[in-house]
Design a protein around this ligand. Structure first.
Ligand code: NAD
Length: 364
């Protein structure tokens, strides 16, 4: 994620509410109903506020391309295709991922409150963005959740441990745990060493990437991001060597096998990203004494974060804290957007019939 102080002097800084209003306006012009436009804006702006710019409003140009190409149909809804109480299969109908995941999570939360547990396979969604958003939704409802996500519809970027070419994508994992009166534990990351978007930024800026993130087309380690823009292409490595690879594969198998497929060559043809998400939810109050469980979680976290900070570190944090810190900062200071992304957003607005002058007004 972005650091608190990594704003570039050329960046355009937009107020959170203006950015939200711009996003709603743009998707309304694209043909989204009011609620859909709002759900997209809620999600993308929250990703920027959280410091995950790779999953924020910078996705708008890609979404508009897919809408215009007919690959992402608008105003579709999550559809329950298997309903067995605590077991759900929900189809996103290839529509806007932020709508499908929101509606599917609403159903899964209701089922977990009823049965204490729910396993849901959500399949066939356009990009569902920052997975922590869905973990936060469960945690806000007082529930524990784990999310295994795979990505299909385009060529693979990530190599298996010990392999010399890419065989799957950046497959994110999320675990969310509610706390008593404290904000929740939200662990949410891509299983690749680095996001594909960050490789693109380094390539555009002609900067090498740190060691241990990439291999070239022959499987040799490299710091040259250009290997991801050649044919044949290099690959991104998974985090944590064989352990991260195993986790990436767990995401691939669980999300893909119960979803619309794994990153097999047969699923690469579509042209637009499709996410599948396999989610387990548990009500901590139904599997144990809620108060006792939450008290033990607090005791453990208190003990862990009391570790004396290492040199250069302010404080040991709980996963989810960096995003909350960034939200407070950006809510006060505005959301920085690099000029290239801003230009692409204006172009996307023009493609859906918006006036450039009106769009520029959102800069405030
Ligand atoms: P990242 O490397 O920034 O890791 C984020 C996680 O680490 C968060 O849980 C954060 O709270 C925690 N964390 C970071 N610093 C910490 C610290 N000092 N102490 C304690 N915890 C700390 O994330 P990433 O791998 O770059 O992923 C970014 C986003 O991209 C995620 O939201 C992910 O869901 C999303 N993503 C989505 C897709 C998709 O297809 N929809 C694919 C890949 C990634």
């Amino acid at each position: 994620m972005a650091g608190l102080d990594d704003r570039h002097p050329d960046d355009i800084v937009v107020d959170e509410k203006q950015l939200h209003a711009l996003t709603v306006d743009l998707f309304r012009h694209a043909g989204s109903e009011e609620r859909e436009a709002k759900l997209i804006a809620d999600h993308l702006v929250m990703a920027n506020l959280s410091g995950h710019d790779s999953h924020g409003v910078g996705m708008i140009p890609r979404y508009v391309i897919n809408i215009k190409a007919g690959l992402t149909p608008l105003n579709r809804h999550a559809q329950v295709v298997l309903d067995a109480g605590g077991l759900l299969v929900v189809d996103g109908n290839a529509g806007i991922g932020q709508v499908a995941a929101f509606e599917a999570m609403q159903i899964a939360i209701e089922r977990t409150k009823m049965h204490g547990v729910c396993a849901m396979a959500l399949r066939n969604c356009s990009h569902i963005g920052r997975i922590g958003h869905w973990g936060e939704m469960a945690a806000t409802a007082g529930l524990i959740s784990t999310h295994y996500v795979n990505v299909i519809g385009h060529k693979p970027y990530v190599a298996p441990f010990g392999g010399a070419d890419a065989r799957f994508s950046t497959n994110p994992y999320c675990c969310a745990i509610p706390r008593g009166d404290q904000p929740p534990f939200i662990l949410d990351f891509a299983t690749s060493r680095v996001a594909q978007g960050k490789v693109r930024v380094a390539h555009n800026r002609k900067k090498p990437l740190f060691e241990g993130a990439l291999i070239d087309r022959h499987g040799n380690p490299t710091t040259d991001p250009g290997v991801m823009f050649q044919d044949p292409m290099g690959a991104i490595l998974t985090f944590g060597e064989h352990k991260g690879y195993g986790m990436a594969l767990a995401c691939e198998l669980l999300a893909g096998a119960f979803g619309t497929g794994t990153m097999h060559p047969a699923t690469m043809e579509r042209g637009a990203t499709i996410n599948n998400m396999f989610t387990f939810l548990v009500d901590p109050g139904k599997i144990g004494d809620r108060a006792a469980v939450l008290a033990e979680i607090e005791r453990a976290l208190g003990w862990v974060i009391a570790s004396p900070p290492a040199a250069g570190v302010d404080k040991v944090m709980v996963p989810g804290d960096p995003e909350r810190k960034m939200r407070a900062h950006r809510r006060a200071q505005g959301v920085p957007i690099d000029p290239t992304t801003w230009g692409e957003m204006l172009e996307a607005g023009a493609k859906v019939g918006m006036n450039r002058v009106d769009l520029e007004k959102y800069r405030g």
